[in-house]
Design a protein around this ligand. Structure first.
Ligand SMILES: *Cc1c(COP(=O)(O)O)cnc(C)c1O
Length: 224
């Protein structure tokens, strides 16, 4: 087995164990391969192991790599998105997880309609109220979902979160609380939380989609 195949095998088995610990055996947890800084050949190795969901941080990097990706992968944008770049990805991505303002949500909706589609989106929550991070404050999530659920051209599917470093457990718990509070009202089905360092904990706290980079592909030289 290659390093990537072996890493994926271990991640899948960790997730199965976390599901058992939290009595979630019947739930589907999607595993996303986060591709930043990873050459397309290595991304395709993950796809051939069945990880067909890819997470992209940067529009530019994605555009330079996408033609080399294996066909059939589903791509989600997970990094900060400038509104003038929506047009470059609107036809190719299945979901934009990093919606951090109502103005971005409206502009995605407009572009989607122009391109004859409805874009799935997640509302990004800045759960730790960190200056360095984008996303809606905890207290603003309810209002944001109310507006986004009425915005044409988008379909809001749930929440995405990156907790403050070292405090995953506390903030996963808070985010799960928000998700449970609004899930029924807005028909949400996606709670995107958990990365390489904390994906098993995230599953125990109700995550439905984990975004994993370095635990699949190895350490990056730099962070984005
Ligand atoms: C890089 C990144 C990840 C994955 O990080 P790892 O720690 O390498 O697993 C997940 N989500 C977002 C938004 C990222 O930018």
């Amino acid at each position: 087995m290659t390093d990537i195949a072996e890493n994926i095998r271990r991640i899948r088995s960790d997730i199965e164990e976390a599901k058992v610990r939290s009595s979630r055996e019947g739930d589907t947890i999607r595993i996303m391969a986060v591709t930043k800084t990873v050459p397309p050949e290595r991304v395709n190795e993950a796809v051939s192991c069945g990880l067909t969901l890819l997470g992209e941080n940067r529009v530019q990097e994605y555009l330079s790599k996408k033609d080399a990706y294996s066909p059939g992968a589903e791509v989600h944008m997970i990094g900060r998105l400038q509104s003038n770049k929506i047009k470059y990805i609107i036809d190719d991505v299945a979901m934009i997880q990093s919606v951090d303002s109502l103005s971005l949500a409206a502009q995605i909706g407009e572009k989607a309609l122009l391109h004859g589609k409805v874009m799935d989106v997640l509302c990004e929550v800045n759960v730790g109220a960190e200056e360095s991070k984008s996303g809606f404050d905890r207290s603003a999530v309810g209002d944001a979902l109310a507006v986004m659920s009425q915005t044409e051209g988008i379909r809001v599917r749930g929440l995405m979160v990156i907790p403050p470093p070292g405090e995953s457990e506390r903030y996963f718990d808070i985010t799960r609380g928000l998700y449970e509070e609004f899930k029924g009202r807005y028909s949400l089905d996606t709670l995107s939380m958990g990365m390489s360092a904390d994906y098993t904990l995230a599953v125990e706290y109700g995550s439905t989609l984990v975004r994993i980079g370095s635990a699949i592909f190895g350490a990056r030289n730099y962070n984005i």
